[in-house]
Design a protein around this ligand. Structure first.
Ligand code: 3H9
Length: 694
């Protein structure tokens, strides 16, 4: 008998307990254990009902993702579920924590389900580029109705216990999962309740038969939200089979679709992203056992866009935060913007109606840096110049208590230099949030030369607590993300001089799956910022400068690389810009040529990958997967392409090296020469992934 699943008997109720930390995933051993123990209990004449429960922090979180792509081992999950469903004695699932994916499918094979009040139930397979592969697409809609069923399968978002109760997914909300389920089992035995087999229950399907638009609507919504992804459409289609495909045949079709998706590059990329995100939270090169410091009080310096967004991230996680400004006027303005932002989200239905007031109540505005004196963590988000940062950190050093962590939200400045103005460089680091900070999930945690290991792991822990995805990086101009972005920007600008138009470049980048191309992004951010900075540094960029000289600062002036209708954010190609580019090139004596989409794609992606390789060489990032996490969560890199370094491995490093060498020569640009690490890996026929394996 297996160690990970135990069987005990309390009189006439058998309890099958799964104990396979951390999340009771359905490994081969767990599946075998459930199968055998249910069989044994079913055969025991003293047993009248069977409870399936889990030890530890959660019910089953799904199939064991690490087994995907390996040879299948018997029994399969569907076999286990059939064994349960066909059991002549009532089987009750006792859910706590999360019942996800194969975990929820397991419960759908049970005849009854009970859950604790904070439990969450869902089929998140779509987020891994999959569809539920053990009957979930057929049994869940029969339990909750096709409308909610298709929504849950296509979005992958779980529902809470009370919604599950309301929609017939669970029978009862209980206190302790196993004891509650046991009491429920005794009721079932006493009342001789008939077994509820979802496979035979078509009672909720009738309405959808009359109106199939729920499936087409779900598919259309999925298509809009997940451009380029295969799984959401497959999910919508599979749920629609509940209406007209016999149950066993639908299970067969579901299985075939699952196997097709699991072998697809998109799902491989999404599974890689899942593990990379968790890997990124494990800080490297710190002594074993180093513990985070306690962080109870947090202050944010600066109530501008970034500071406000960071404060909102804390409030969203239910954590009180002090927002500090130098003047009352700036503070009032900042708080007002946050309030409006929350209200707009509530009006759209994004958060409950009472959330704006509750969240704003967690944010206390204060004037004066001396207000940091009791806090454990300060995050500075003031104007992005070194002189101002140094001034602020000198003051923070004077006011903050010993042991408080002083973090800067700078997006490119040298943290070593900032730390040097304090008497506590060991407590100084970067926490670089991405705009809009209340939405974007990434936080680059910048480890400076003298940052203490416990300060570093504290910042990582805090970022996770506020639902951010942390990735530790080293000091470098633009750290990881913006440094790679700069390599791309250089090429996008050059492409205009060579013959491409902004709309052509942007179209290639968005077709690849990025949310925006570089020129639309420039218009959104405001072109005047770069213009001013170029002027300060005495450098020019003839096309971008000419646009700004013509008053085209981007969306805020209704014109930039594109034009914008009043009140619209949709970029419209502008013949005036085409002329401006032509005129500028002519005045510089440049002849423009036709640039192919393939060249644009390669010149947008490969220089970034090349910069990523340099970043690894310099140990500014310690793992290729950390770079991928940064692009996935900070820049909207399409999850089904895994991240730039994962994508590079898919393309093949040899090919990338060859193309970089070609473009370096064609455009006379030494920055495009392949980085030593990239070249070495390509020469050895290796991948970036091979670096992680050591
Ligand atoms: C599926 O079920 C397919 C079926 O339809 C069909 C089959 C035929 N497998 O996230 P955490 C690890 S597809 C293996 O930090 P939390 C995770 O890597 C699956 N490992 O904890 C980490 O390991 P480490 C559908 C898994 O408390 C550790 O557990 N299910 C799995 O923040 C802790 O994870 C899903 O997609 C797994 N399924 O969040 C659910 N899940 O410590 C995926 C986790 O070495 N899981 N690990 O870094 C989750 O969403 C979250 O892990 C969960 C806990 C909410 C459960």
């Amino acid at each position: 008998m297996s160690d990970v699943v135990k069987l005990e008997r309390h009189d006439e109720v058998a309890i099958v307990t799964i104990n396979s930390p951390p999340v009771n995933a359905l490994s081969a051993a767990v599946r075998r254990g459930i199968f055998e123990n249910v069989k044994t209990a079913a055969a025991d004449p003293a047993v009248k009902a069977i409870v399936i429960a889990c030890a530890g922090r959660t019910f089953v979180a799904g199939a064991d993702i690490t087994e995907f792509g390996k040879p299948p081992q018997s029994p399969g999950l569907s076999e286990v579920i059939s064994e349960i469903e066909n059991c002549s004695k009532p089987v009750i699932a006792a859910i706590h924590g999360t019942a996800l994916g194969g975990g929820l499918e397991l419960t759908l094979g049970c005849h009854f389900r009970v859950a604790t009040k904070d439990a969450k139930l869902g089929l998140p397979e779509v987020k891994l580029g999959l569809l539920p592969g053990a009957g979930g697409t057929q049994r869940l809609p029969r339990a909750v109705g096709p409308e909610l069923g298709v929504k849950m399968v296509v979005t992958g978002d779980p529902i809470g216990a009370s919604e599950a109760l309301k929609n017939g997914l669970i029978e009862e909300i209980v206190e302790g999962p196993a004891s509650g389920a046991e009491a429920f089992a005794r009721k079932v035995i006493a009342e001789k309740r008939p077994l509820r087999l979802l496979r035979n229950d078509d009672s909720k399907l009738a309405a959808a038969r009359a109106d199939r638009t729920i499936f087409t609507n779900a598919a259309a919504a999925a298509n809009k939200k997940n451009r380029g992804m295969n799984a959401p459409l497959a999910c919508a289609e599979a749920v629609s089979w509940t209406l007209d495909v016999p149950f066993d045949e639908a299970l067969k079709k579901e299985r075939e679709m699952f196997l097709k998706l699991v072998a697809d590059d998109q799902s491989k990329a999404q599974r890689y992203a899942f593990f990379s995100e968790r890997e990124a939270a494990k800080v490297q090169n710190v002594p074993e056992g180093v513990k985070p410091r306690s962080v109870e009080r947090v202050a944010i310096i600066g109530a501008g866009t970034m500071g406000g967004g960071i404060a909102m991230s804390f409030a969203n996680a239910g954590i009180p935060v002090t927002l500090i400004e130098t003047g009352q006027e700036q503070l009032t303005r900042g708080l007002g913007i946050m309030q409006k932002n929350y209200e707009a989200t509530a009006a759209r239905g994004g958060i409950p109606a009472d959330a704006p007031a509750k969240r704003m109540a967690l944010i206390t505005g204060k004037v004066g840096l001396e207000n940091v004196k009791d806090v454990d963590l300060v995050i500075e988000a003031v104007f992005e110049t070194m002189a101002i940062k140094k001034e602020v950190f000198t003051a923070l050093d004077a006011y903050a208590k010993p042991g408080a962590i002083l973090a800067s939200n700078t997006s490119y400045l040298n943290i070593d230099e900032i730390a040097a103005v304090t008497k506590r460089p060991q407590d100084v680091l970067g926490m670089h949030f991405f705009s809009p900070a209340n939405v974007m999930k990434l936080c680059e945690i910048v480890r400076a030369d003298k940052t203490a290991p416990d300060a570093l792991v504290t910042a990582v822990a805090v970022a996770r607590k506020i639902a951010k995805v942390p990735a530790v990086v080293g000091v470098s101009d633009g750290f990881v993300g913006n440094r790679m972005l700069a390599a791309r920007s250089k090429q996008s600008e050059k492409l205009l001089f060579e013959g491409a138009l902004p709309q052509q470049v942007d179209a290639v980048v968005t077709k690849f799956g990025m949310p925006m191309g570089p020129f639309a992004m420039g218009d959104l951010a405001g072109l005047d910022i770069g213009w001013r900075s170029r002027k300060d540094r005495g450098i020019t960029s003839p096309i971008a400068d000419a646009l700004c000289e013509a008053g085209r600062f981007g969306q805020k002036t209704g014109k930039g690389y594109y034009k914008y209708e009043a009140g619209s954010r949709v970029p419209v190609p502008d013949p005036e810009v085409e002329k401006l580019i032509d005129d500028t090139c002519r005045s510089l004596g440049l002849t423009r040529r036709a640039v192919s989409d393939q060249e644009i794609l390669e010149r947008m992606m490969y220089p970034m990958i090349n910069e990523g390789a340099r970043i690894l060489e310099e140990k500014v990032a310690s793992r290729p997967s950390d770079i991928d996490v940064i692009w996935l969560y900070g820049y909207g890199w399409p999850i089904y392409r895994g991240g730039p370094m994962f994508y590079a491995d898919q393309v093949g490093l040899k090919q990338i090296v060859e193309r970089l060498q070609f473009y370096a020569k064609q455009t006379n640009d030494p920055s495009l020469e392949p980085a030593a690490l990239l070249k070495k890996l390509a020469d050895e026929g290796k991948t970036f992934a091979s670096l992680a394996k050591g």
